[in-house]
Design a protein. Structure first.
Length: 123
């Protein structure tokens, strides 16, 4: 039945959106200004683009049911897509291109505060 699969996808999407909302509030509490959220570009999606001072963080949000699964959450292919999507964002919004760009990850697991990993990888 296709109903079961589509219901699982809907639940996963809702859980992902809740994780992204938690990450946004967490970053705001740390002094970041959210420049974009759930930004779909021709080259990929950026979960969050957040600015603090002269730095623009391109943030990938990962939610896992178990905190033990959070360590390997972003694959090399996902990193490449984020780098390409960030390039698109910077060309579309030149004011952001003057900032130092880095790639962060916010890990979200039930019953825990989000874990922010600044500069999770180099482009």
């Amino acid at each position: 039945m296709t109903g079961n699969g589509s219901e699982k996808r809907r639940r996963a999407r809702r859980a992902g959106l809740r994780a992204e909302t938690a990450a946004v509030w967490f970053l705001r509490c740390k002094g970041y200004r959210i420049e974009a959220k759930n930004l779909r570009t021709p080259l990929g999606e950026i979960d969050i683009a957040a600015r603090r001072g002269g730095t623009l963080a391109i943030v990938e949000v990962k939610r896992r049911a178990d905190a033990a699964d959070l360590g390997s959450a972003v694959t090399a292919a996902q990193q490449r897509r984020l780098v390409n999507a960030a390039g698109w964002l910077l060309s579309a919004r030149p004011a952001l291109a003057r900032l130092t760009v880095r790639f962060d990850v916010v890990l979200v697991a039930p019953g825990r505060l989000p874990l922010h990993l600044p500069n999770a990888w180099q482009a």
